[in-house]
Write a protein that binds this ligand. Structure first.
Ligand SMILES: NC(=O)c1ccc[n+]([C@@H]2O[C@H](COP(=O)([O-])OP(=O)(O)OC[C@H]3O[C@@H](n4cnc5c(N)ncnc54)[C@H](O)[C@@H]3O)[C@@H](O)[C@H]2O)c1
Length: 252
């Protein structure tokens, strides 16, 4: 991947670890100034240290519209432009799968807010600058529920990611006339956080082999696999792709 992001301003949410950290690093390595945020302060600081001079971190809860607005304003004030937004924050927020009748209101709302609503707030915040520039890239990190059942078994995660794809398609049409593309990646299982690791370990050897044999490339993905797909959708080369959902799952 040789996409050059020199002079570009890139925002990545949920960058304290996992995909977000690797995505932020991939843009910084290619010359971008990268603004990262997360709710986990310590690990966010580690990400900023990895990014070096090109990294700027802020503790932001992306479900908070005003906080998102302040973060985006800061990036625009500092660099005078907003080129790429990657909506990566989310995941299962430490929850485990439970029967539908046992899920509490706050559990449902928390996962939907972080995985879906937050992408609306961030998109809303970057849209004016991208419209003025007549260019922009928004890449949403969805997930396999778009293509089948959610491996986490968490109803809110499945629903939020499907909703995120709906938002992707809708914003692609709304913002396309302004030169802004909006796409999503749909990663398969990647052992990038404790929740996914314990899910994988809980399967046991035979079920793990079964899962792997259902993947064309016979391996789980890595955060770098996901980052490369995001880089592509954010690149000049993806200029006529919008409203797309790119599976990054080793082939099914
Ligand atoms: N790992 C997988 O197998 C997989 C598969 C498909 C999709 N995904 C999605 O990819 C994204 C990244 O996943 P990951 O595996 O790197 O998980 P992760 O838990 O390592 O990263 C998610 C990050 O989002 C942050 N976050 C959560 N809520 C936030 C909020 N309200 N405000 C700011 N930051 C917040 C977390 O603190 C965390 O750092 C998530 O959206 C997840 O749903 C992951």
């Amino acid at each position: 991947m040789s996409a050059d992001f020199a002079g570009r301003t890139v925002l990545v949410t949920g960058a304290a670890h996992g995909f977000g950290r690797v995505i932020a690093g991939a843009f910084a390595t290619r010359g971008a100034t990268v603004f990262v945020c997360d709710v986990v302060e310590g690990e966010l600081a580690e990400t900023v240290a990895i990014l070096g001079d090109r990294g700027h971190g802020m503790v932001v809860d992306v479900t908070n519209r005003k906080a998102v607005g302040r973060w985006v304003e800061e990036a625009e004030r500092y660099t005078g432009r907003l080129d790429v937004l990657v909506n990566n924050a989310g995941g299962v927020l430490g929850q485990i799968a439970r029967p539908v009748e046992e899920v509490a209101t706050l559990e449902w709302e928390g996962v939907v807010a972080a995985n879906q609503t937050a992408a609306f707030w961030t998109s809303q915040a970057v849209a004016p600058a991208m419209k003025r520039a007549g260019a922009g890239r928004i890449v949403n990190v969805a997930g396999s529920p778009v293509l089948g059942p959610d491996p986490t078994g968490i109803q809110a995660h499945a629903s939020a990611k499907a909703g995120l794809v709906g938002l992707t398609r809708q914003l692609a049409h709304e913002l396309g006339p302004f030169g802004i593309t909006v796409n999503a990646v749909a990663p398969g299982l990647v052992l990038s956080n404790d929740a996914v690791r314990s899910l994988w370990e809980g399967l046991g050897h035979d079920a793990q082999q079964d899962r792997l044999s259902g993947i064309a490339l016979r391996r789980l993905g890595t955060p770098a696999d996901v980052a490369h797909a995001v880089l592509f959708l954010a690149s000049e080369q993806a200029g006529w792709i919008s409203g797309a959902v790119l599976p990054v799952d080793g082939g099914r």
